[in-house]
Design a binder for this molecule. Sequence first.
Ligand code: ZN
Ligand code: ZN
Length: 357
Amino acid sequence: MKSKVVVALLLAGGLSAAAVAQQSQPGAAPAGRPAAGPPRATLPPPEPIEHITGNVYKIFGGGGNTLVVVQDKGVVLVDTKMPGNGEAILNEVRKVTDKPITTIISTHSHPDHTGSTDFIRERYPNVRIIMSEGTKAELAANPRGNPALLPTETYKDRLTIGEGSERIELYHTGVGHTGGDTFVVVPSAKLLFMGDVMAWNMAPFLPAGGAAAIADETERLVAAVKDIDIVVEGHGHVNDWAGLVRLSHFNRALINEARAAYDRGDAPGVAVAQLQKNPEFAPLLDTHIKKGLEYGNTPLARAHMNVNIAYTEFAGEQAGFGIANGAPLPATDKHKGSDPKDTAPPTPEMLAAAVAK
Ligand SMILES: [Zn+2]
Ligand SMILES: [Zn+2]
């Protein structure tokens, strides 16, 4: 895929921008829809800061959720949205505290989570910027990357910041959404911030492949963290521990059903039909567009996209960004192709019927 398209997709949110992907690929759009054109919808702007619990808040929109933890001497931010949202983030933080920003944690390298770090760093030159080694490597490898997004410190698998009731724990449990995914635990609030390994209560976007890896990563996280009630997703709404456990079961079941269907010589859609038989998975196979994700697609379509990714991995093929974003899987001598309808962009009717959760 052309690098310009990849950048456009990342800028579209680093999350499923199926319509953008398909409209960018000649021949990928279904009959009756334009094969090329501008993105259908853009990211929603930042919303007013919301209280989650205790000293923890979140700011939705403008990219990924920004988590705000107000501590004794200052404020810890997790993720900084797309470029250009620094002022909005600081204005929202000012509604709940006058304390300075002391720490920024980046959950991963995508621009909708790191984009406004430079602005905040300029306002607070002593701010600590913390991310995994993998995330730093991805940011540093981008030839058009912004050096002001790079960290002041990194960690490998696990890091504790602060002490006592102000302790924050960082976990990296493997590759999946990116090569450097970080999970953030605020023990005093029994809260876990997921980044894009969990976003919009659907299977994760896999721009670099990793349909098998994401199942391992999520299971390791569930095994590693304890005493969590609140699970804040990288985009969208606040979930709970049961929601994360459901996602972990789903990621494992998806790769298992994909493997079985692949080995039988079935089309990828058969694996999704198997997943639909399990009532536990119903929320992750929902057929509605989520409010705020009009630029993306439904949970059901994402499940199809991830099975398609799994097929490319079984076959040793290069998945590429397009398949992860909803381009149909072409048939090869190793497997059947996917039905273009399964990952087609949402219809105007679906967009009009977008649901809040
Ligand atoms: Zn992302
Ligand atoms: Zn994102």
